[in-house]
Design a protein around this ligand. Structure first.
Ligand code: FE
Length: 202
């Protein structure tokens, strides 16, 4: 970033704070300058965000998955993953009630193509927030670690994409992997916490 860029973004930040937008930012101001940065999904100074890239569904999508916020299977191996974030529009408005339909392989890299293990759908709340409990998927030949997901605003077109894990040795060798689709991952003592915000063009 050049000095001019830095000055520009500081100016933009001041403009935002000086405008009527100050009210929702009060909480951010209270916790210091670091918190002034918008979420990655709404990263531009003008608060417009770029649509989450679409990706192939692949061969293992099964429709009509059960509605549930946890895909944890009793006794199934795997590191617990809590994936959470928001669904927003390109204008950074929350997509209340967005549908998120998730499927991934088990810890050994196998998809359940007969039933619904590690498949399920859930809905974002009124603020566009979602929270899913599952496990970190395993690896299977030809792909890096990933989670498949379809995200859809009420009445909108579904966005099919895949989420990836940072610092995976197999990312660079997977032609589908995109850094923009990486989950922000925080290791905890008993699980991984993942964050990802989806941006829909609605
Ligand atoms: Fe897959």
């Amino acid at each position: 970033m050049t000095n001019a860029d830095r000055a520009g973004s500081a100016q933009a930040r001041r403009r935002l704070l000086g405008a009527g937008l100050a009210l929702p930012l009060l909480g951010w101001r209270a916790v210091g300058a670091q918190a002034l940065r918008p979420t990655p999904a709404c990263g531009a100074a003008d608060a417009a965000a770029i649509q989450t890239p679409a990706q192939t569904a692949g061969p293992y999508y099964t429709p009509n998955s059960p509605q549930r916020a946890s895909l944890i299977e009793p006794g199934a191996p795997g590191t617990r993953l809590v994936l959470a974030g928001r669904v927003v529009t390109t204008a950074c408005r929350p997509v209340s009630g967005a549908l998120l339909d998730v499927w991934h392989c088990d810890a050994a890299g196998h998809y359940d193509n007969q039933g619904y293990r590690f498949r399920g759908h859930l809905f974002a709340d009124g603020s566009g927030r979602y929270r899913l409990e599952t496990i970190v998927p395993g690896l299977y030949p030809g792909r890096t670690r990933h989670i498949h997901i379809r995200v859809q605003a009420p009445g909108g077109q579904p966005l099919t994409t895949q989420l990836y894990f940072p610092r995976e040795g197999s990312n660079a060798g997977d032609g589908l992997w995109q850094r923009a689709l990486e989950i922000a991952l925080t290791p905890r003592s008993d699980r991984q916490d993942g964050h990802f915000d989806f941006v829909l063009a609605v």
